[in-house]
Design a protein around this ligand. Structure first.
Ligand code: ZN
Ligand code: ZN
Length: 364
């Protein structure tokens, strides 16, 4: 149990008029308690009452592990013969929960758990999304998290470097992915590995997985992957030339490179996600390729690959010191090819501290 994080959550929950926050197995549970609980067909939830001690509701065979792992004294364990419903009802009664507004995670709670809750509370279940509170807390990385993110980014950097040495005409996208996979394992990253590789005209597809296509002289290939290290992710993209690249491919490469550098250099605390998105987008648009930049400029990362804050035109909330996010503009010209350059940054008082440092201009 991370008491500081739980206290901050409950303070927010209180101000929102919640009676308790209910957490499902998943990243928010890891964030608050440090334990990973497998999400299965057997319901498990942790309850954090605004007034009162936290308690767990879980299958009996998980009870000991959750109690010890999360340092939770009160566990209501249900046995398979009786099913979860009577135990949940009893738990809520005993702990005096269920008369007020419950904070649940809209993104993680299933209809299964919601219906169990609705049956267990007296009267009508009233709930609100506590996911927003947790997103706000998780945006503000603490020192421990920043250290882990930094390590994950360093692994990403090293793997991207190894990948660069492997790129040459004649190898396939799948071979590039397998090679980077092997490097990530050697570097101590944890599976699963998500490695996207796209070359030649396929590189114009922003989220393309590797195929047996053979890399050819004069084209671009980008590699985008996420590595996991002690629960935290690093996320990087580099676009490599295969041999010598010229003409329009070199032109879009340079524009993307400059747009990315501009966003990295100009981002400041207090700017909104939309404003940072606009730095990269306006530059690419001014160069005539705005319609080919078809995704947001970046996303927060940490326990998850995609989390708040999103660097996107619809995000009008200001970014703050301690936010960790990617900056990854791209230009994708159908039939020709595409380029994306992605770095992980942490926002500090003076601007972005860039965690991924492998060179970006690889055309030379
Ligand atoms: Zn990525
Ligand atoms: Zn990304």
């Amino acid at each position: 149990m991370n008491k500081m994080r739980v206290d901050r959550l409950l303070e927010q929950a209180k101000s929102q008029g919640l009676e308790a926050v209910v957490i499902m197995p998943g990243p928010n549970l890891v964030y608050l308690t440090g334990i990973e609980v497998h999400l299965s067909e057997r319901p498990a939830m942790l309850f954090f009452p605004v007034n009162g001690e936290p308690f767990a509701f879980c299958p009996a065979f998980e009870a000991e592990r959750i109690a010890a792992g999360a340092a939770i004294a009160k566990v209501f364990a249900w046995r398979e013969e009786e099913g979860p419903a009577p135990v949940l009802k009893q738990a809520l009664e005993r702990m005096g929960i269920g008369g007020g507004l419950l904070g649940i995670e809209y993104r993680y709670m299933r209809v299964l758990e919601r219906e169990l809750l609705a049956d267990a509370v007296p009267g009508t279940l009233r709930y609100a999304d506590a996911g927003l509170l947790l997103a706000d807390l998780r945006m503000q990385k603490d020192a421990e998290e920043l250290a882990l993110i930094q390590q994950a980014a360093a692994i990403a950097d090293a793997a991207v470097k190894a990948g660069h040495a492997f790129i040459k005409p004649g190898v396939t996208e799948s071979q590039v992915a397998a090679y980077i996979d092997g490097e990530l394992q050697k570097l101590g990253a944890e599976p699963p590995f998500e490695i996207y590789v796209a070359s030649g005209p396929r590189s114009a597809i922003p989220h393309a997985g590797p195929t047996d296509r053979v890399l050819q002289e004069g084209e671009l290939v980008w590699v985008d992957f996420v590595c996991l290290h002690k629960g935290y992710v690093g996320d990087i993209t580099r676009t490599y030339p295969v041999g010598k690249v010229s003409g329009k491919l070199a032109e879009i490469y340079q524009i993307c490179l400059d747009a990315q550098a501009k966003a990295r250099a100009e981002v400041r605390p207090g700017m909104t996600g939309a404003q940072v998105d606009a730095i990269a987008r306006d530059y690419i648009t001014a160069k005539g390729y705005g319609e080919y930049f078809t995704h947001r400029t970046g996303h927060g990362f940490g326990l998850e690959v995609h989390e708040e804050p999103y660097i996107v035109g619809s995000n009008d909330r200001p970014l703050a010191i301690g936010n960790a996010f990617t900056i990854e503009p791209g230009i994708y010209v159908p039939g020709l090819g595409g380029v994306r350059i992605e770095d992980d940054v942490v926002l500090e008082a003076g601007g972005a501290r860039v965690l991924t440092q492998y060179p970006r201009n690889l055309l030379a």
